[in-house]
Design a protein around this ligand. Structure first.
Ligand code: UDP
Ligand code: MG
Length: 319
């Protein structure tokens, strides 16, 4: 298949230390293909010089595109914006920090040429990440598998290649709390993987502190499963069942025995426990209602300050 156009999407948030090198490595790999390509850098509201660096590169290299967000909208939204602007026959999503080795793209493209429509990168090893990150990632993927019906492959990130067709379908899924790799699994198509070793971050620090990881995990689970809601009602049923039995016992004791209840402490303890459980379950329901609220507001997913380096007349992107 000659004459293909490839789009590489790079979401970046405060990546000034690494982004220049990322560009070099990507350029090298894509040049070696001898096909047309565009490198779409989505600046997700960086507070450093990331955008300026790309702007300069865009002046010198016509294949560089910068989509500059008005503020930080989040990694998954940045990827989505990249897809909206991508014009390639195949679209590759890669992190800015060189943890996903650009050279693997060539293997992905080979698989794509074999007819696969989604080629995701499978991390066989993760270098230089803390045990905490690895452990939480592992728990996250296991929980996700247990709670959802969608077959989201373990140990894959957003590093992947998708065909034009897949990209167009994804653009049609307009949900706000996006978990892109889940959506990709959900839509099907012919999927395969290539294995790679996840490198250490080239420079800078992770942009996923614990709070963001939790947010991310919640988005992933709630957008693909309502089992947590069911779990809430199961817990409710179980507690009611045992409470009822206990009630019978209490009534029996009151009527037929002389044992007076001394237990103030036990009442307080049980009260606190049950109130806690009720609040947790309300919280679970709240998570879903909040997401329903987000969807109904119908705000755009992201706001672009400017887009540099792409001829706008060819294909207008969806907002
Ligand atoms: N990122 C982003 N917006 C954010 C957070 C992260 O665009 O709000 C980008 C970041 O620049 C990087 C990718 O998403 O290219 C993955 O982030 P990071 O490497 O910090 O995550 P980790 O690899 O530690 O999970
Ligand atoms: Mg990283």
């Amino acid at each position: 298949m000659s004459g293909s156009l490839f789009s590489v999407i790079v979401p970046m948030y405060n990546e000034e230390e690494v982004i220049g090198t990322t560009f070099e490595r990507l350029k090298q790999v894509m040049d070696s293909l001898g096909e047309r390509y565009e490198l779409i850098f989505v600046n997700d509201g960086s507070k450093d010089r990331s955008a300026d660096i790309i702007k300069q590169l865009a002046e010198q290299h016509q294949e560089v595109v910068l989509i500059d967000f008005s503020r930080n909208f989040g990694h998954q939204i940045a990827i989505t914006a990249g897809m909206d602007y991508a014009r390639g026959d195949a679209i590759i999503i890669i992190d800015a920090d060189l943890q996903d080795p650009p050279e693997v793209i060539l293997q992905m493209i080979d698989k794509w040429r074999d007819g696969y429509e989604v080629v995701y990168g499978k991390r066989v090893k993760r270098k230089g990440e803390t045990w905490f990150k690895k452990a939480t990632a592992k728990i996250f993927y296991r929980t996700l598998r247990a709670l959802t019906n969608v077959d989201i492959p373990a140990d894959t990130g957003d590093f992947r290649l998708i065909d034009r067709k897949v990209c167009d379908v994804l653009k049609g899924l307009k949900e706000k709390n996006r978990f892109v790799r889940g959506l990709v699994s959900w839509i099907g198509f012919r999927q395969t993987s290539v294995e790679f070793v996840r490198e250490e971050r080239f420079a800078g620090v992770t942009k996923y502190p614990l709070k963001r990881m939790l947010r991310f995990a919640l988005d992933a689970i709630t957008s693909f499963s309502y089992k947590p809601l069911k779990i809430a009602s199961y817990i409710g049923f179980t507690i009611s069942f045992f409470s009822f039995i206990y009630l019978v016992i209490v009534v029996y004791q009151r009527l037929f025995t002389n044992t007076t209840t001394a237990g103030w402490a036990s009442i307080v303890a049980i009260n606190l426990l049950f109130n806690g459980i009720i609040l947790i379950l309300l919280g679970v329901i709240g998570e879903y209602i909040g997401r329903i609220y987000d969807e109904t507001k119908n705000r755009p997913l992201y706001i672009v300050r400017e887009c540099i380096g792409q001829q706008q007349d060819e294909e207008a992107p969806r907002l």
